[in-house]
Design a protein around this ligand. Structure first.
Ligand SMILES: Nc1ncnc2c1ncn2[C@@H]1O[C@H](COP(=O)(O)OP(=O)(O)O)[C@@H](O)[C@H]1O
Ligand SMILES: [Mg+2]
Length: 457
């Protein structure tokens, strides 16, 4: 809930009691108190006498006390507000202010559990809400182990688009809400400079250092160099157990080049990732990406500084439950046909079977085709368009074969230097589009869904 929504709610209560809406001064009082200002600071800022602001505030709290049937004052207002409106997640910075403000004021509260929970800060506004979550027990266990037992500071969750990366990490977050003091979820779908992103993260650290003094005083970081801001951020990472999630991190890499190359304007993210692994602190950063880069790989197996969790498809039929499908015996075949990709299975293929085949999975499978819906095609087009020219050539060649083929075979059929071919194969691996089969000679095959797309387009 943001300040606007909060004002609307208070206005609603005041109107119910007095038949009058909040006036400008009352709105200002709530807005400024939420920012941590004292009556004196509000009075100075808006040219009133301190006593007048105090009197007006007390009148407002009296109205609210009558409306809510409990004694409300400046110190318990936000606490009470939050309890009454009962919102439990998605706090933005202002809400965080409120949290800390009322925590500060209610530090004698005997209910230590409630108090403990309230001292946490969570910004999960950009994370999906999860209603049904299936499988992935091993992956959840691994994440737990990396973070709580091995203290791995940089973890990457990698895999094809739609395979369930975001869902998995959000599930992990939901299960561990109380195990971190700060949790911030950032989506980089529309990427921003590291400087702006660090500003966002520091707003939290601002709040953390807040003790009733003007917030503006703490916002001096806005004028600082990125170096200094990072120092401030790492101070927070040291003082508090933070979990930071950057989703869709592939957007900071260059399109149509080999995987995992940072765009010039985002190159400093690389420094942040290195700092996260090398500096001494108690926090964790999870990167979610469709393509991996050097910083995500643990090159030295003995040194567990970073870990990557590479997701493959689901191999269970649970994902198909409650989607209106029949013929349960055939579900596993369907899951395998679409390589356990939950996005394709749940969002695109199941509705198609339900609507056109009356839910009969067997009838659909009898057609014996790997059917791609228009949505799937446009999803696959996005993936294909990100590839470098060399990768596109390799993928096009691979799509001609139903069987895995060797590097030598590819080399004979493609007009590519040895170096280009090797780099292209490596890059496709980094995007999880290629399967490598280690036999006497190493063989490569394409994800069948991508092969179907390339063959037909
Ligand atoms: N474990 C799961 N249980 C239930 N549904 C899932 C699961 N994983 C993924 N999904 C479904 O698949 C969709 C795509 O998953 P998502 O995590 O967004 O993929 P990614 O982040 O890898 O692109 C989700 O919107 C959700 O509907
Ligand atoms: Mg995602």
């Amino acid at each position: 809930m943001n300040i606007k929504e909060m004002l609307q709610m208070v206005d609603h209560w005041v109107f119910a009691e007095t038949d009058q809406h909040l006036d400008d001064l009352q709105k200002t009082i709530i807005e400024e108190i939420s920012q941590g200002k004292t009556y004196k600071q509000i009075a100075d800022l808006y040219g009133y006498h301190e006593n007048y602001v105090g009197d007006e505030s007390r009148k407002l709290f009296k109205i609210l006390s009558e409306k809510l049937g409990e004694n409300i004052n400046k110190h318990n207002f936000f606490w009470t507000f939050e309890r009454v409106t009962d919102h439990s997640q998605g706090f933005n910075v202002i809400n965080a202010n409120l949290n800390l403000c009322h925590n500060h004021q209610t530090s004698n509260n005997n209910n230590s559990n409630y108090h403990k929970q309230k001292s946490n800060f969570k910004d999960l506004t950009l994370a999906p809400q999860i209603f049904k979550f299936y499988n992935r027990e091993t992956e959840l266990k691994n994440l737990n182990n990396y973070i709580f037992n091995q203290n791995i500071k940089l973890i990457s969750v990698l895999g094809l688009s739609g395979i369930g990366k975001t869902y998995l990490v959000k599930r992990f977050v939901d299960l561990n809400l109380d195990n971190f003091e700060v949790i911030i979820w950032k989506s980089l779908k529309y990427p921003k400079s590291l400087d702006l992103l660090v500003n966002d993260l520091l707003k939290i650290s601002n709040v953390e250092t807040y003790h009733g003094t003007s917030l503006q005083k703490n916002e001096t970081y806005l004028q600082k160099s990125l170096d200094d801001k990072l120092k401030q951020l790492f101070d927070l990472f040291t003082q508090k157990k933070c979990l930071i999630i950057f989703d869709n991190i592939e957007t900071i890499f260059i399109k149509e080049q080999f995987a995992g190359q940072y765009q010039t304007k985002f190159k400093d993210y690389q420094d942040l990732f290195t700092m996260i692994t090398e500096n001494d602190h108690q926090s964790n950063l999870i990167l979610i990406s469709q393509e991996s880069c050097a910083e995500m790989q643990n090159l030295d197996q003995d040194l567990t500084i970073v870990k990557c969790l590479e997701l493959s498809g689901l191999n269970d039929v649970d994902i198909l439950t409650n989607l209106g499908l029949k013929d349960e015996d055939s579900w596993l075949k369907l899951v395998k046909l679409y390589q356990g990709n939950p996005l394709y299975l749940k969002k695109y293929i199941s509705p198609l079977i339900k609507n056109i085949f009356a839910g009969k999975v067997t009838d659909f499978l009898q057609e014996n085709t790997l059917f791609l819906t228009e949505d799937m095609k446009s999803h696959l087009r996005e993936i294909f368009d990100r590839l470098s020219l060399i990768e596109k050539q390799i993928v096009t060649e691979l799509s001609k074969f139903d069987q895995p083929i060797s590097r030598e075979n590819l080399r004979q059929n493609l007009d590519l230097s040895f170096m280009d071919l090797v780099m292209g194969l490596q890059s496709l691996k980094q995007r999880y589009l290629l399967t490598k089969i280690e036999e006497e000679t190493v063989l490569f095959s394409l994800s069948p869904i991508l092969r179907e797309y390339v063959k037909k387009s």
